[in-house]
Design a protein around this ligand. Structure first.
Ligand SMILES: NC(=O)NCCC[C@H](N)C(=O)O
Length: 301
């Protein structure tokens, strides 16, 4: 059962960096930050990614979370488990994701086999959504998406209107609210790859938000009004680039955050959160962080 972003976590799929397949060539890159690091010769090494990813696993286990791993597929980047499936209520949704990453789904097939068939929802052709864009929160379903023009124009546009409408049809118990995101295939500072790259609810009624990630100012303003300005931690463009909104909630009180996010971590502690600091800078080079690395299966209510 998953109804929100922060209830105490019981079980999760954590992506793996094993058998990453080395540095991709530019023809096979699908986000601007990886692209930047390939060009600069700073694309992360598998051993460093594994070290960071295992440190995250240790923190999850310290908090008694059952951690499942994808089956390792040869030469496949499986770090970001978030995007390849999603759980809403008791339903496991198998979405249509970017073709370059479709193969990653094979790694979690063994887990999906354990879900009863009536709890599996397969997205129809033409509807696209990735888990990083989808967030249940207090009876609402926040969805980052692109309208057709952007969806066709950008590789980093991953959820389309048909995906949004599919969620609307199947989760009529939620009020589905779509937010168009700003996209760039070449400039990571001008790109909100997924909704969780510019926004995430935390605690019971707070959020982390980057204004510039929203294509329409009115969406950002709506969220700030909804959460209340005092309950929003606003982050800068640089903080967005370093993925400050992509922390991960183990519970309403405990947040996993990057060890070097000084301003954010201090602010979270000032607000009463327990911050579990994990070094994750190498993983951040591929335009994802903690939330992106996880696919929560069960939170307790
Ligand atoms: N939820 C997320 O934002 N996931 C990060 C995915 C990063 C990966 N390089 C991608 O472009 O799909």
């Amino acid at each position: 059962m998953i109804k929100d972003e922060t209830a105490p976590l019981e079980a999760v799929v954590l992506g793996t960096a094993m058998s990453l397949g080395g540095t991709p060539d530019l023809a096979h890159v699908y986000d601007p930050k990886s692209r930047e690091h390939i060009i600069d010769g700073t694309f992360p090494k598998e051993e460093d990614l594994i070290r960071e990813n295992e440190a995250f696993k240790a923190v999850l286990e310290k908090h008694h979370v059952k951690v499942y791993r994808p089956e390792t597929l040869a030469d496949t980047n499986q770090v970001y488990a978030r995007d390849i499936g999603m759980v809403i209520d008791e339903t496991f949704i198998m979405p249509n994701i970017i073709e370059d990453r479709e193969h990653e789904k094979d790694g979690i097939a063994y887990l999906i086999d354990q879900v009863s068939p009536e709890d599996i929802l397969v997205m129809p052709e033409g509807a696209h959504a990735e888990g990083g864009d989808v967030m249940p929160w207090k009876g609402r379903l926040f969805v980052g998406y692109s309208e057709e023009e952007d969806y066709q124009a950008y590789k980093v546009s991953r959820t389309n209107r048909a995906g949004l409408e599919f969620l609307e049809q199947h989760f009529s118990n939620y009020e589905v609210i779509g937010f168009e995101l700003k996209k760039s295939d070449t400039d990571a500072k001008a790109n909100a790859l997924h909704l969780d790259c510019c926004f995430q609810p935390i605690g019971r009624d707070q959020c982390i938000i980057y204004k510039g990630g929203f294509k329409n100012l009115s969406d950002y303003e709506w969220l700030v009004a909804e959460f209340g300005a005092d309950n929003c931690i606003e982050i800068t463009q640089d903080e967005m680039y370093h993925m400050n909104s992509n922390v991960f909630s183990i519970s309403p009180e405990v947040i996993v955050s990057e060890a070097g996010f000084d301003r954010l971590n201090t602010e979270l502690e000032r607000r009463g959160f327990t911050v579990e600091r994990v070094p994750y800078t190498e993983i951040s080079k591929m335009e994802g962080l903690f939330r992106c690395s996880t696919l929560p299966l069960k939170r307790s209510y």
